[in-house]
Design a protein around this ligand. Sequence first.
Ligand code: NAD
Length: 494
Amino acid sequence: MLQSEIDALRATGVSPQQHLIAGVAVESAGGARLDVISPIDGKRLTTIADGDAGDIDRAVQVARRVYDGGAWSRAAPAERKRVLLRFADLVERHALELAVLGVRDNGTEIGMAYKAEPLSAVATIRYYAEAIDKVYGEIAPTGRDVLGLIHREPLGVVGVIVPWNFPLMIGAWKIAPALAAGNSVVVKPPEAASLTLLRLAVLAREAGLPDGVLNVVTGSGATAGEALALHMDVDVLAFTGSGPVGRRLLEYSARSNLKRVYLELGGKSPNVVFSDVPDIKQAAKVSANGIFRNSGQVCVAGSRLLVQSGVYDEFMSELLAVTGKLRIGDPLDLAFDIGAVNSEAQLRKNLAVVRRAEEEGGERLCGGGRLHEESGGYYMAPTIFAGVDSKMKLWREEVFGPVLAVTRFENEEDAVRLANASDYGLAAAVWTGSLRTAHRMVRAINAGVVHVNAYGGTDVTVPLGGFKQSGFGRDKSLHALDEYTDRKTAWIAL
Ligand code: NAD
């Protein structure tokens, strides 16, 4: 990735965007549009169609018609695989273009966005493409007078709603297994980052996905999102986003057709450093990255740091040193490590969290303020608070910004109690030289993933999802196919 290539791509204009329904770019029936503001400079980048219930209905009807027609849903798995592999190749070919477009929309630093967005989507699409002609049905161990067959079938129309921090990566985690299994899909992208998902759907079409199998309706959560979640003909709703919206989706399901709802929600993940941490410098560097990359706008961000007393001073001094060296600025300039906060509203929310943490008695060790205000963009200094106890809001509530809460602990029991003192359970990490401590902590911490001597590493082969109020869906791995398929029994008397 060269700076000159990035600069050439960022210099291109972005035309006003429309929905993609039945393979055709269409305006909202009501004609409404939303501004797309770039967090890089606070300027208008383009506009998107502001979809309403009528647009959602149109897309769902198309998705249903195409599903019932069978061109995709009844295609042989090997045929779906062929199209999806072509789709992955096309996304890969357009990876830098997609990455730069996404960064102009959501502000993530380009180095991270390139890997985490298009390239991760490529890996995900390839994985489910390759998997789908290797998944078998079952024969039940019945008595000899009966043959019990368990078929795996697609579910129908899948609604996908994702957040703005990694729309392509998270979108692909849902879209790829849903398509591989033969479903039709209607995506409602986040209003603060819709552009890459629209482009993705165009590439799917170029790869040979039949029109109407993958539809995208842009617009606000309150209107288009709600309409999708309330629709009577959507069979599954796969959601990643905040807890309050997740709760609403469960209500919408109850009020409409009892559609299945899978929720991947927020987190407040503990990062636990024991005194026998093998490499303090490395642990501090990875921990800083684990909270501050993408300006803390990462669901699995290690936003609560627990450090054992014996190593506290040394670890904190390393952490402050690496944090101080992070360069925050234009996310499309390779000279910077960390880009912009997604929106002015999110920046204001982060700054309010800082003020409240000070009022609660937290000790601010660094950061706390806005940066590069003259650019018009939304940048924030990495912020660390020490002396945060488990009753404080900064300990309990997700910030979704570059703000780290730190506390110290004495022993393993203490660490487990503090780590689990949260309504969330998405991710965690443990740093220790002891295999026994590591295994005990993995068992004791209530979280969907526990990293050991690492933070945030992952790939498509392992499931991701939350315990407790972090939700109950599981993205990635072969397990995700269970969310987009149903099991049907054939009971055949012999
Ligand atoms: P959000 O919940 O505000 O929005 C997420 C999506 O839901 C958006 O597309 C939005 O338009 C839509 N939406 C909003 N209101 C809706 C409604 N009433 N009906 C239907 N749809 C609606 O979240 P956000 O601010 O975009 O993202 C941040 C949140 O996402 C954080 O809590 C973060 O932790 C979480 N997140 C979780 C994961 C994970 O894998 N668990 C990954 C990334 C982000």
